[in-house]
Design a protein around this ligand. Structure first.
Ligand code: GRF
Length: 207
């Protein structure tokens, strides 16, 4: 028999999950499939909340996803980064983790200072290969094929003021077979992203 009456133990659980609640925000400039995957992963986990999507692209697919999923979605102009209002909004939310999932702009040093080791990014290749300015989306997968690489993969890493240079957190790889097109590589890499990214976010939140 339980030590507490059921009502009391339920209350303890509820209080615990409120106290332990972690919140994250997700930045995306494009489709937002990874952002959605993360929301779905935590759907039935009351101790993790996706507080908002942020996008710098008024035409980004992530906006529709946010509306469908009921996630508040902030569309901001570059000016709002320069004048500090995006940073002010982030400070107000005070996220435990800022997740970049296909966000194409550089992160200002003021953000990195305000959220040390709390900003992470996913890159669709095995860094340090195929990273840096201009290396995003299909450009990465074309470079992998043109280079004759026998494998590609994903890198989840902390974010600094430079593109794709922060300390790696996690990598997973997938073979590139002869005859694979950049589209094939993209498909295989995306599978890895959806499989691992939410899991790594969860792990970081629990540390
Ligand atoms: C992913 O390939 C991610 O690795 C990269 O941008 C892409 C975003 O895809 N940083 P999606 O918008 O989540 O579908």
């Amino acid at each position: 028999m339980s030590q507490y009456p059921i009502g009391q133990s339920y209350l303890c659980c509820a209080i615990y999950s409120v106290i332990m609640r972690r919140n994250i925000v997700i930045f995306a400039s494009g489709s937002g499939s990874n952002a959605e995957q993360i929301v779905q992963y935590f759907h039935s986990n009351s101790s993790v909340e996706v507080s908002a999507f942020f996008t710098n692209n008024a035409k980004a697919g992530v906006i529709k996803r946010g509306n469908r999923l009921g996630i508040p979605t902030v569309v901001f102009h570059t000016e709002a980064v320069k004048n500090g209002s995006v940073l002010a909004a982030l400070k107000k939310i005070s996220p435990d983790l800022i997740v970049l999932a296909g966000y194409l702009k550089l992160i200002p040093s003021s953000w990195v200072e305000a959220f040390p080791n709390k900003i992470i990014n996913i890159h669709p290749a095995l860094l340090p290969k195929h990273g840096g300015k201009g290396m995003y989306g299909m450009n990465v997968h074309k470079a992998v094929v043109e280079n004759g690489d026998v494998e590609s993969g994903i890198t989840i890493h902390y974010v600094t003021e430079a593109y794709d240079e922060g300390a790696p957190i996690f990598q997973a790889s997938v073979p590139v077979n002869s005859g694979d097109t950049p589209e094939d590589v993209q498909k295989n890499v995306q599978k890895l992203e959806h499989e691992h990214f939410p899991r790594i976010v969860e792990k970081l939140l629990s540390e």
